[in-house]
Write a protein that binds this ligand. Sequence first.
Ligand SMILES: NC(=O)c1ccc[n+]([C@@H]2O[C@H](COP(=O)([O-])OP(=O)(O)OC[C@H]3O[C@@H](n4cnc5c(N)ncnc54)[C@H](OP(=O)(O)O)[C@@H]3O)[C@@H](O)[C@H]2O)c1
Length: 316
Amino acid sequence: MLAAVVERYGPPEVLTVREVATPKPGPGQILVRTHAAVATPSDVAFRSGKPWIARLFSGLFKPRLPILGDAFAGVVAEVAADVAGFSVGDRVAGSAFGAYAQFVVVDAAAAVVRLPGSIGFGEAAGLSDGGLTALPFLRDTGLLAPGQHVLVNGASGSVGSTAIQVAKAMGAIVTGVASTRNLELVRSLGADRVIDYTAEDFTAARSIYDIIFDAFGTSSFGRCSGALKPNGIYLTTVPSLSLAMLRKSGRRARFSATGLRPPAEKGRDLQQLVGWVVAGRVRIVVDREYELGEIAAAHALVETGRKIGSAVVRIP
Ligand SMILES: NC(=O)c1ccc[n+]([C@@H]2O[C@H](COP(=O)([O-])OP(=O)(O)OC[C@H]3O[C@@H](n4cnc5c(N)ncnc54)[C@H](OP(=O)(O)O)[C@@H]3O)[C@@H](O)[C@H]2O)c1
């Protein structure tokens, strides 16, 4: 099969597309013929080896797993004899290492769901990208309750654009922070209010928000705490020193490594997310679609920090 392979840490060009052995599904597994994957900031960290802490997961001196990519969508090509619930030909999406390839092996009881025909493969791969971060942050770490005021910073990115819609679906009153060019997009995703970060500092507000979710990770708990209600919670996708001060007069700060959750939990969340997409409550924003041979360009886009929603990679 064809795969984008990384044998050393470096710039986007270290991704090379070549023939590798097709994996075989073991007991409890299915083989998925991949149609779409996405390029994410985590993939970029595992390709570049930066920040260094990423190497604790990806290998100290060179990438331990040469095929990157985590979010995938495609069609079931093979099913192990002991697997029930999936058949050859099913359209599926999920999260499993090695998605930058024509085939990926997935534990059938883990992070994989069947897709209705109405959801395209590119969109579905995007759902595993932002959705599997936004939903657990807001529901499990933020304990979001209906009627609460939620602010999402980085509202035009993959995590942020999904977080706006997940928070709305959970009954929150939502403010999205984005730059001028993305304000309309964020409004169209259902935000009740938008803030242009080039014109207004959202951290200057006083005691307004129950939850501030920094999906992009440019703020700090110290700067945001005054904008939180007395029992409010600050959530960030990026750990920082300010998290050391976990409480400030009743206000709390939390980071969560949502990518490291048990795959079965991710599978349940994907069911919920697909349900919201089918019900028209959530739509996946796709910046651009790239061919597998253009995967270095997809990584270069992610590195700009300016992508809008997900950068989808089409697998031939
Ligand atoms: N903790 C976890 O388990 C976990 C899981 C997944 C992802 N993450 C992390 O979450 C972060 C976000 O990922 P992502 O894929 O959503 O990122 P992304 O899509 O690359 O975010 C890019 C977006 O952020 C906006 N942006 C850039 N600078 C901004 C600023 N100063 N204020 C507000 N918005 C700004 C950009 O819009 P403009 O250019 O218009 O500003 C762009 O639309 C990454 O750092 C990723 O590593 C963490």
